[in-house]
Design a protein around this ligand. Structure first.
Ligand code: NAD
Length: 249
């Protein structure tokens, strides 16, 4: 069977668990070769082993998205192992629940480094390889809190807003190289990231959407797949909201 990503090579960050792991499983099932990258080496290697039945189409690499040298190695691993790089999913991210007043300077910097600088470094590192491949697709994972505000996570929300505009900037810059860049804005999705969210706040978020439940990682992965594939060939600089209607109300 020909998959929706047959012949494509993807690099997915934060792939050891949560939404990145769901993207990885779906991409491999749809015929892609995937370099799955994370700082959680044990979990990442386990996922790569689980996917081994797919005839060596998944390779785990250690990649801290804040480190330019790690990015160079991950992109090289994609080209050396699978021949080229066509797709980058900038999914890695961290959350801290602290408002403007409560956020400390080191914590602010840590969130900016992982969530915002990491996306910039990733696009910069992937660009030459995608040019060599003749084009590509980049999907940056933002959030509903890259579209609207909410109290309690000042640094996180700042980074998600920044990703939205960085995506559009890169879309303009990369279009002549046949590389599309889009952002995805998930609502509340069941992953380890949201486990520490206080119960009251969690219930409040659920009650404010049209569909009154959390989303599943797979429900975001299908959006990532669409934007990564040629099915979205005329879409760039765009925002795909996957939030059960939270921002519709
Ligand atoms: P998660 O915590 O389950 O997964 C995030 C992954 O990123 C982890 O595997 C983690 O190890 C990895 N990571 C963290 N720092 C890293 C670094 N420096 N380098 C490389 N990898 C690193 O969370 P998730 O919910 O799957 O989140 C995935 C993305 O979706 C994040 O960007 C997050 O901000 C975004 N998001 C999540 C939700 C949600 O409700 N879960 C909603 C909107 C957006």
């Amino acid at each position: 069977m020909i998959g929706r990503l047959s012949g494509r090579v993807a690099l997915i960050t934060g792939a050891a668990r949560g939404m990145g792991a769901a993207d990885t499983r779906l991409f491999v099932a749809e015929g892609a070769h995937v370099v799955l990258a994370d700082v959680l080496d044990v979990e990442g290697q386990q996922l790569a082993r689980d996917l081994d039945c797919r005839k060596g189409r998944a390779l785990y690499v250690h990649l801290d998205v804040t480190q330019a040298a790690d990015w160079e190695k991950a992109v090289a691993a994609a080209e050396d192992t699978f021949g080229h790089l066509d797709i980058l999913i900038n999914n890695a991210g961290i959350l801290n629940m602290a408002g403007v007043e409560a956020t400390t300077e080191p914590e602010w910097q840590r969130i900016i480094d992982v969530n915002q600088k990491g996306v910039w470094l990733g696009m910069k590192a992937a660009l030459p390889a995608m040019r060599r491949a003749g084009g590509g697709s980049i999907v940056n994972i933002s959030s509903i809190y890259g579209l609207i505000g909410s109290g309690g996570a000042a640094a996180y929300h700042s980074t998600k807003g920044a990703i939205r505009i960085l995506t559009k900037t890169a879309a303009a810059e990369f279009a002549p190289s046949n590389i599309r860049v889009n952002s995805i804005h998930p609502g509340l999705i069941t992953t380890p990231m949201v486990a520490p969210i206080p119960t009251d706040f969690h219930k409040q978020i659920i009650s404010m959407g049209c569909i009154k439940r959390e989303g599943r990682p797979e429900e975001v992965a299908y959006g990532v797949l669409f934007l990564a594939s040629d099915e979205s060939s005329y879409i760039t600089g765009s925002e795909l909201v996957i939030d059960g209607g939270y921002t519709a109300l």
